[in-house]
Write a protein that binds this ligand. Sequence first.
Ligand code: NAP
Length: 359
Amino acid sequence: MSAIPTQQKALLLESKHGKFSVGTIEVPKPGPDSVLVKVEATALNPLDWKIQAYGLFVEHFPTVLGFDAAGPVVAVGENVTDVAVGDRVIAQGWFNPVEGTAHGTFQEYYDTPARFVAKVPETISYDEAATIPSCLGTAAFALYNKVSDENFSSSKLLAPWVEGGRGHYAGKPILVLAGASSVGQFVIQLARLSGFSPIITTASLHNAPFLKSLGATHVIDRKLPAEQIKAEAIKLGGGLFEYVFDAVSVAETLELGYALTAPKGDLMVVLSGAELKAAHPDTDKRIHNAQALFVMPVNHDIAASLLAAVPRLFANGDLKPNRPEVLPGGLNGIVGGMERLKKDQVSGVKLVVRPPETA
Ligand SMILES: NC(=O)c1ccc[n+]([C@@H]2O[C@H](COP(=O)([O-])OP(=O)(O)OC[C@H]3O[C@@H](n4cnc5c(N)ncnc54)[C@H](OP(=O)(O)O)[C@@H]3O)[C@@H](O)[C@H]2O)c1
């Protein structure tokens, strides 16, 4: 393995609402409980452009965004015992809204607490592995986290990777709005492992064969009028749904998902459900806001459990990563990729860049 340099390239967000540019920063040294990952691949998420466009969460600039990384561990802190140099891992970028800081993966070397990385098998490429952390976390935590706080909750289901969890919900219908989104693809697969059936999803129909390969039993054309989607879903599911996961949570899907959730049922959303709750103050439907970040205390236990299961789940094919589309130019490819995400021009694939390819 080559020596670790002292300087590296990173994609910097220069200021709130500011420009992105590739610059040079120091390579961090891992703290006692951290590891340094050489970022062979990092994936783009809608949150990257939203933080820049809406001025969300971050107050200290320049900063590095990016919420997903994969690569080999190249250094470990003195207290780290269960991860070693050379391990192939996934890691998650994060932000701290209280401190206004971001800790992102759009750089060549990423320093992260060892407890929040997971090893990935050789059969998964780094491009594929980079698609996993944040979107698998979003899906899994909203379905299975047993812990909640004032901001985040879940359906508190039994996870399929723990004892007795596999197939536990056999025969129960679930509705997944936006199954082709990166989050939706993981929801469908987890629902399959949990035994849900039928698994009914909405997507553009060109994604139907792919979503069926992941476990969807029925794909409804998401471009149909809402009333038609509603009627079709009720017919296929045999009534309103005890479990609905809205994996995109735009205005149209939020109301649709709410209408299709049975009384006392669970509706999981990936953005704030505050407006939906305000519009239906007396509802007996449980609306859960997902929260993907492993570092959030509410997610610590489930993150540990999920990350420990990741090597097995991906080695035996229980879960498949998203299909990566690798953008050219390394870190220079990210700005164009974010524009495509913003314009809703990405369908059924995950945009990925390889920082070592940065010119
Ligand atoms: N709360 C959290 O912690 C957390 C974490 C991660 C992501 N998120 C949020 O979750 C959302 C999804 O993220 P992502 O990365 O999964 O997005 P993504 O992969 O970029 O989503 C794109 C997909 O959404 C589908 N879609 C768009 N509008 C739809 C509609 N009205 N009905 C059905 N499908 C629709 C499209 O499907 P077709 O191509 O089939 O048309 C497209 O493939 C974003 O808003 C993101 O910010 C939240």
